[in-house]
Design a protein around this ligand. Structure first.
Ligand SMILES: [Zn+2]
Ligand SMILES: [Zn+2]
Length: 232
């Protein structure tokens, strides 16, 4: 298959690589139909994140069609799914508390040691985001292997286009969580600093949570024009 691969700082290439295969019973293989580039991908591109290896496949925001399933997967071939970027087992202590990014099992032990040493805490497993987070192949590719496919993927109902659901993979829940953390109550006035994609979702989330007024702050006029469209 073809995939976007990292080869060093400011060096990414579309290479021909091996197709992914089912490795564990709960795996599924997804044929990617849409994928997004995240601001976080720039940290890889700019060489800020250590433990990248030449040939690593990038991408943690993606969706597609289920084409193969392991015997422990709950997905079915032909289903369309959005895949959140965090790889979580669904059954450990933290997953039991819905703290999926703290999953004990999504990141292999050797890689957890790297995070522990560098940042004082282990990192969760993530798609396409260095060996610090498991060294998993990402979804800026034709196909991707999704571990624990019975936990993360969201099955897309009929009638919704890719563009309407793709952002469930990362930036919509990220923006929602920012608003959630602000404890917004009906009638509140809320300020959102930074109106890139995540900020714009935070603006919309604030309105959904009942904010009366949202003040969008940014120094790019085109972003503020977009923010105005979400005014309730
Ligand atoms: Zn992202
Ligand atoms: Zn877990």
């Amino acid at each position: 298959m073809r995939a976007l691969t990292w080869h060093g700082k400011h060096d990414v290439r579309v290479d021909t690589v091996d197709d992914p295969e089912i490795l564990n019973p709960r795996d599924a293989i997804i044929r990617i139909t849409s994928t997004a580039i995240c601001g976080s991908d720039l940290h890889l591109y700019d060489g800020y994140i250590p433990t990248m290896q030449a040939g690593d496949i990038l991408g943690h925001e993606f969706m597609g069609e289920v084409v193969e399933t392991g015997p422990g997967s709950t997905l079915q071939k032909g289903q369309r799914v959005v895949v959140p970027f965090t790889i979580a087992c669904g059954s450990c202590y933290h997953c039991g508390k819905h703290q999926y990014s703290a999953c004990d099992n999504g990141n292999p032990a050797d890689n957890q040691d790297i995070g522990q040493e560098m940042y004082g805490q282990p990192m969760s497993g993530l798609f396409g985001y260095s060996h610090l987070t498991g060294g998993y192949a990402g979804g800026q590719a034709e196909y991707v292997r999704v571990p624990f496919s019975d936990v993360g993927p969201i099955v897309v109902p009929d009638g919704l286009d890719d563009d309407e659901v793709l952002f469930l993979s990362d930036i919509l829940p990220t923006g929602w969580q920012a608003a959630e953390n602000a404890d917004i109550e009906p009638g509140d006035t809320v300020a959102v600093w930074g109106c890139g994609p995540v900020g714009l979702f935070a603006v919309q989330s604030a309105f959904l949570m009942g904010a009366h007024r949202v003040i969008a702050i940014d120094h790019f006029p085109h972003r503020l024009e977009l923010a105005k469209k979400f005014r309730c």
